[in-house]
Design a protein around this ligand. Sequence first.
Ligand SMILES: [Zn+2]
Length: 94
Amino acid sequence: MHSRCKSCLYCHVTQYVSLGDPPPVKTWKRPLLFVAGIALTVSTVMALQFAWERAGATFFAAITTIVMGLGLLGVAISFRGCDVCVARYLGKTL
Ligand SMILES: [Zn+2]
């Protein structure tokens, strides 16, 4: 059961996000990651709409898209990632 937990889909990703020892695993981190991911995604969608109406905002739109990817990844990890992934991903942000 432990090897299956270790090879979860997002462990490889979160290892790059947060190198070294994983931060302490806490149960409240999962709902927090979900809420933070949703908030990040929603705000980047609004920022993209803002950028879309302006010419020459390509750089801003590109940055926003990357941040949106981070937010969506956070939501995905809060759904399907293991506890270590959740702690690692949030540990970098907090
Ligand atoms: Zn994992």
